[in-house]
Design a protein. Structure first.
Length: 151
């Protein structure tokens, strides 16, 4: 499995973990232990979960949690008026939070790559309209966070 595939698997696992943390009210240590020992790279209920780059998986989770207030504030400011982050479905919030974390804190990952990866995750769960919204929000935030990449 290529490094790019392992990074993509790490992003998907991070989004799923963030979602589970929110809906099941689980803490970071519990989620890390659960995903690393029971999900990532394992077969669960007939589904094979791909091996993931654990460093990126952990970084996204811990980074989102450490900076969640600022991340949520930036997302709220970018979303359309009348649709605050709290009105958006939990999985979509997880995608946006993870994506914005990478855009703000991982300059080693090109902004366009991060955006595409999170749009692909959204497309796996939602219709084109929702994936397009993820794209628009992350693109807007990427242009603010990394203007040189879009000059």
């Amino acid at each position: 499995m290529s490094a790019a595939d392992q990074r993509a698997a790490a992003r998907l696992a991070a989004v799923q973990a963030l979602y589970q943390m929110e809906v099941a009210d689980k803490g970071l240590n519990d989620i890390l232990a659960e995903f690393e020992s029971h999900w990532i790279g394992r077969e669960v209920e007939g589904e094979q979960y791909k091996p993931a780059e654990l460093g990126l998986f952990r970084d996204i989770l811990s980074g989102v949690l450490a900076d969640q207030r600022a991340i949520d504030r930036a997302l709220d400011e970018t979303l359309s008026e009348g649709w605050p982050l709290k009105r958006i479905e939990a999985l979509m919030r997880a995608i946006l939070r993870a994506g914005l974390y990478e855009l703000k804190s991982r300059p080693d990952i090109p902004a366009r790559v991060a955006i595409k990866e999170y749009v692909d995750i959204a497309a796996a769960f939602y219709a084109n309209e929702e994936a397009g919204m993820i794209n628009a929000v992350l693109d807007t935030l990427a242009r603010k966070a990394r203007p040189k990449e879009f000059a």
